[in-house]
Design a protein around this ligand. Structure first.
Ligand code: G1P
Ligand code: ZN
Length: 547
């Protein structure tokens, strides 16, 4: 009989495919279930980090299929590596922003976030592991690359046997040298939000006939939404849709966007549309904002937040600067310029905001992919964004559509759409990008679809804080008619390749601010497809999804 808590070494073969993508290591559940697969990656993390003895670690995630097994495996390896405390949420569930907050708030050495974010869950779905550092932010590229390099050499790992961890209720338990704390992270999170927003005003707003609908898509945010919107703001219970977290998200693709959450667009367009409709993703870091008759583009949302930041208690002290990912529209830049504050342009992926936030250079940031957040945490934060909008509505007492229209009236409108092309053959996708990249310089000055190409570049970023370089972060083509096309390959998928094409056209003509989006961008979409010869390389004549 093996003794509990006794460290032992297990021999294994290294896996060579554990390179993290845009946000951690994501693979099919079936990959993670291969013998020693998760163990190898966790061992690589511990070997790379060399955490101080007696460290605390936050471990938890979106509760997707395989999470409970993963937490048990991680705890057993962690104790063998000297970790003395693990903090997690009820049933091992921690929304990503809540985990980030816990890491900072509890002075933990870091966090292992078990999530594949907005990717589908279940036995045939995806699983993921993301390491966040003591700052609460995602590990930088230098660290994830070092973990990857280590993972390719692991032929043994240290672990021990623990009894099944009791995760179903809050409490503190001792297992040998390991203390396990199961915390009510929804309450911790709501406390933090009370410090940022005007809860009294929002309670008045909701108490005076205004309605909210929040869709948790059977993912992690249900209990958080219940705590914040129902218990603390007095909204009725039935304003939270699909609130029970389920390991397969009840079959939902937990991605709050107009394609995967089309039912919310239908609700917004119906005569019964509530004043604010919102949703979050699998792990609670994304947000979708809708009002009667419209969805707010995430690019506009962050710009509108900046324009109105002084109305929200947590931000009245001022905003030092802002940032957006490169493919995100320049709506934010416009507002930042009017306020005379810097607007940083980073590569895609939240981790690139972390140094800027940590150095105090920015207070607000966002990505087109439905991610928005501020200096209150080091991750994007879905419910925070919903609260920001609710606070704005309570303050302005205007419909969402009027707030957006006023914004366009003042700053002009950045018509924006992302087109995703799912390509089975990864090599074909890579060839398309390589060929387009190689020919970029020759494009400048060429005339396409009635406009002239004024700039064409392969985005390279130098981090203003640690001066690290990230190259090949997307190809960007700008045209003389105030339009821009960006091309890049997704780094979060688990099969084939997804080519993302981002279309943006700026119009500042009062009579042309409410034109249909698809129609307005159609010529630009044709131009984008022709320049990259998409059909030639992939056989696809139209996008798999337009978001
Ligand atoms: C996608 C989004 C990106 C986001 C990431 C994690 O990455 O485009 O903005 O940070 O998910 O949520 P991609 O699949 O494009 O690499
Ligand atoms: Zn997410």
């Amino acid at each position: 009989m093996r003794k509990l808590y006794e460290t032992r070494e297990i021999s294994c073969q290294p896996y060579l495919d554990q390179r993290p993508g845009t946000a951690g290591l994501r693979k099919k559940v079936t990959s993670f279930k291969q013998p020693h697969y998760l163990q190898t990656y966790i061992e690589a993390i511990f070997r790379t980090l060399r955490m101080p003895a007696d460290s605390s670690l936050i471990v938890g995630g979106d509760g997707r299929y395989f999470s409970l097994e993963a937490i048990q495996i991680i705890a057993e390896i962690a104790i063998a590596h000297g970790v003395r405390q693990i903090i997690t949420g009820i049933d091992g569930r921690l929304a990503t922003p809540a985990a980030s907050y816990l890491i900072r708030n509890r002075g933990a050495a870091g966090g292992l976030l078990l999530t594949a974010s907005h990717n589908p869950g279940g036995p045939d779905g995806d699983f993921g592991v993301k390491f966040n550092t003591a700052s609460g932010g995602q590990a930088p590229e230098s660290l994830t690359e070092a973990i990857y390099a280590n993972s390719r050499t692991i032929n043994r790992y240290s672990t021990c046997d623990l009894p099944d961890l009791p995760l179903s209720a809050t409490g503190t338990y001792q297992f040998g040298q390991l203390s396990l704390e199961v915390t009510d992270s929804a309450a911790d999170y709501a406390d933090q939000m009370e410090g940022l927003f005007n809860f009294e005003k929002m309670r008045d707003y909701l108490g005076s006939g205004h309605r909210l609908a929040f869709d948790a898509l059977h993912a992690v945010t249900g209990p958080y939404a219940r705590e914040v919107f129902c218990r603390r703001l007095g909204a009725p219970d039935d304003c939270i849709l699909h609130s029970e977290p389920l390991p397969d998200f009840g079959g939902f693709h937990p991605d709050p966007n107009p394609v995967d959450a089309a039912h919310l667009v239908d609700l917004a367009n119906s005569p019964q549309a509530p004043d604010l409709i919102a949703a979050s993703d699998g792990d609670g870091d994304r947000n979708m904002i809708l009002g009667p008759g419209l969805m707010v583009s995430p690019c506009d949302s962050v710009a509108i937040m900046l324009a109105h930041a002084s109305r929200v208690p947590g931000y009245t002290r001022g905003i030092a600067g802002v940032a957006r990912s490169m493919p995100t529209s320049r709506a934010l830049d416009q507002v930042a310029a009017s306020m005379d504050i810097p607007c940083f342009e980073t590569p895609t992926g939240w981790r690139f905001f972390c140094n800027l936030l940590e150095a105090g250079l920015i207070d607000l940031c966002g990505e087109e992919s439905f991610g928005t957040s501020s200096s209150h945490t080091r991750e994007k934060d879905g419910l925070w964004a919903v609260l920001f909008w609710l606070n704005l509505l309570a303050e302005l007492r205007q419909p969402v559509g009027d707030i957006v229209a006023d914004h366009w009236g003042r700053f002009g409108r950045h018509y924006y759409q992302r087109q995703d092309f799912f390509i089975e053959n990864l090599d074909a996708a890579q060839t398309l990008i390589n060929e387009l990249g190689a020919g970029l310089a020759g494009l400048i000055g060429q005339s396409v679809g009635g406009a002239t190409i004024t700039q064409a570049s392969d985005f390279c970023y130098e981090d203003p804080v640690d001066h690290s370089h990230s190259s090949h972060q997307g190809l960007s083509v700008e045209c003389s008619d105030d339009s821009r096309i960006v091309y890049r390959l997704s780094g979060t998928g688990t099969e084939g390749a997804t080519l993302r094409i981002y279309l943006e056209k700026y119009i500042n003509d009062a009579g042309k601010l409410a034109m249909p989006l698809g129609q307005t961008l159609a010529p630009l979409a044709d131009r984008a497809a022709a320049l990259a010869r998409i059909e030639h390389y992939t056989g696809l004549s139209r996008p798999t999804a337009a978001i």
